[in-house]
Design a protein around this ligand. Structure first.
Ligand SMILES: Nc1nc2c(c(=O)[nH]1)N=C([C@H](O)[C@H](O)COP(=O)(O)OP(=O)(O)OP(=O)(O)O)CN2
Length: 198
């Protein structure tokens, strides 16, 4: 079974080398919608694949870091990168270009690691990330599956190569969250008192 949770953020970018001239030559923004799809073949004690509320912790925080931020490819022109960092408090440096395709892959890699480090506490048996859909506009989206996220032919995405500006990190509920992710520190879901026996 699949469940889906939708997140939204506003973000600015340039996508170098693409065919659309406006897109590759001018900073422009999008109202992104990101769908996180989880799959499981058993249900938890609440008879859910994964409580939607649990996705409003670390997963929501990391996606919200992209809100009102500028994203740039770390291989972009050094002066462009310097100016983004100088004039925007919120920026994210990415090891791949910020196309819809790469946003979908990048969120897959981050959220896959968050789930892997999460200590489940309500009987979630085998919940795993199915795919990420990144809507760039009302009419265009990219969907990344596991084989896309870790496909070296699409570019390597290593967590340590994604850099969030200080302001992006400060607004997280736990400003150390990304450091903990890199250090593979476990994230604990809240314990749930069982009221009715299954
Ligand atoms: N496969 C992709 N194609 C394009 C991407 C992308 O990330 N992946 N990105 C862009 C630009 O960012 C562009 O702003 C969005 O393109 P487009 O859909 O053409 O935008 P419109 O606002 O013109 O959309 P309409 O709904 O068709 O008016 C380009 N391509």
């Amino acid at each position: 079974m699949l469940i889906r949770k939708l997140f939204k953020f506003e973000n600015a970018h340039i996508v170098r080398n693409c065919s659309s001239e406006r897109c590759r030559t001018s900073i422009h923004g999008h109202s992104y919608k990101v769908e996180v799809l989880l799959e499981a073949h058993a249900l938890d004690h609440g008879q859910m694949v994964y409580d939607f509320g649990l996705m409003k912790g670390t997963i929501r925080d990391v996606i919200d870091a992209f809100d009102h931020a500028v994203c740039f490819w770390d291989k972009d022109d050094a002066e462009y990168i310097r100016l983004c960092q100088q004039f925007s408090a919120r920026w994210i440096s990415m090891p791949v270009s910020p196309s819809a395709e790469q946003f979908a892959r990048l969120f897959f890699v981050i959220i896959d690691r968050i789930l892997a480090q999460t200590i489940m506490s309500n009987g979630e048996a085998d919940v795993r990330l199915h795919s990420i859909i990144a809507h760039e506009t009302d009419t265009g989206y990219a969907q990344a599956f596991r084989e896309d996220a870790y496909n070296p032919r699409m570019g390597d995405i290593k967590l340590e190569d994604i850099v969030f500006s200080a302001q992006c990190q400060q607004e997280w509920h736990d400003p150390e969250m990304y450091t903990k992710l890199l250090q593979q520190t476990p994230f604990n879901n809240p314990a749930v008192p069982l009221q009715v026996k299954a």
